[in-house]
Design a protein around this ligand. Sequence first.
Ligand code: NAD
Length: 499
Amino acid sequence: MTTEVSKPQIATAVRSYQNFINGKWVAPISDQIYERKSPVTGQTIVQIPWSNQADADAAIQAARQTFDQGNWSKSLAYTRHDVLRKIAQAVRAKASELAQTLCEEVGRPLAMCLGEVQLTATVFDYFAGLALDVKGESITQYDSSAIGLTVHEPVGVVGIITPWNFPLLLVSWKIAPALAAGCTIVVKPSEFTPSTTFMLAEIITQAGAPEGVINIVTGDGPVVGERLVESPLVDKIAFTGSTAVGRRIMAKAAPTLKRISLELGGKSPNIVFPDADMAAAVGGAFFGIYLNSGQVCQAGSRLLLHESIKDEFLGQLIAATKSIKLGDPMDSTTTMGPVINERQFDRIQGYIQTGQTEGAKMVIGGSGRCSVEGLEQGLFVQPTIFDAVNNEMAIAREEIFGPVLSVITFKDEAEALQIANDSTYGLTAAVWTKNLDTALLMAKGIRAGTVWVNAYHSTGLEPCMPYGGYKQSGIGRELGHKGLEEYFETKSIHIKLGS
Ligand code: NAD
């Protein structure tokens, strides 16, 4: 594996933010600051408020008053459409600044960060379109002297809590439908990647959303996040993050019977049959596990290979893995950046050791900090593949969230399906085959919210396709019409005629 970099190019300037409440930058009542350190250099790159519950309450109050006052929640569809289109245009206009900021905070190579920005613009365009097409039903056939109507109304104040791996795209999956529906919003972004959410709040305000429609408050999940979840003034929580925190949010939302949508973890099976296009499937397995240093909820972290092709397939995948160039994500020759923080680094190291003690065969990679010349503080993990994994091992059952792949073999379709479904998760899966019957039988049989055939990580390319998890991968759907429905209440109006 090549690990040299020409010269560190990561920025050294420190960004500093205050909370964004009611259209203004507001110093935190808590008076405390959090410093985010670069995963590449270890230097401070961002300072944000480490807010307390009173700060969260101020943001919630602003969103509540704005919603109840009605100039956004009752605005015309054309107004919301117009704002959403302008947001998409502004995101495109600021693409390089947004991508550079993502690159510095997430640590993902710059070109891929640009891809995240472009997908984000598409999400706002898509929901701009849907905002114009919200309509209820009329029900006339049950009572000749009555008419029934259903109308969609915005759910209210939405609390949005987001993770650090795709901070701009994943927040847009929530903000765009919430705005299209007429909701007001309080976002608590991850403290590791806060800047692009602040930048988006400015864009949204400049695009014409009234003050108080979008509010951002940063701080600790158990303090600020939980305040959003527990507040009786918040009507819905839209969360993306770990299954453990998702469970806690569900419990904390119960007393107020808050609406919740949860996008959680995964342990996705990527299944390759012998008739697959081998080069395409190797590419899919590579992209499936290594995108964003493996820190992807839908990573293809369980590679299920038919026993007849395992050796050849694995040989090609190992060769491709050797070509990975770890380094400064700003350097255009880098293909994999660091992982997000020390905690995640240690967690991945722990799993690499667990795989070895469980008896899996490590065929490339290993534990320990991967040294990159000139970036000794960088949190670089060696891309690692375990062969001879069985589905009972922790490395096959638990989400590692790093560039660590577990390879499992199968004999036939039935066994592949049994292994694929033997998981507490059900977020995504992929099937590689040229046989239509095999593809469709697997796609129907796998209990997951998304199944790709002869592709990996296509989600987000089509914002009209709903996305979400079966089982412990989540509740609800984002994107598509279903994603918009999450931000509406449905009211039935019964009209008695002739009285
Ligand atoms: P996390 O669950 O640790 O944190 C997510 C967010 O929740 C952060 O903003 C955090 O501050 C906040 N939070 C933490 N504790 C909280 C609490 N008690 N109450 C309210 N909020 C709280 O997740 P992460 O480490 O930021 O992200 C990685 C996880 O996200 C992985 O498990 C991954 O699978 C999941 N994820 C899922 C999807 C999806 O679409 N299904 C997408 C991306 C990431």
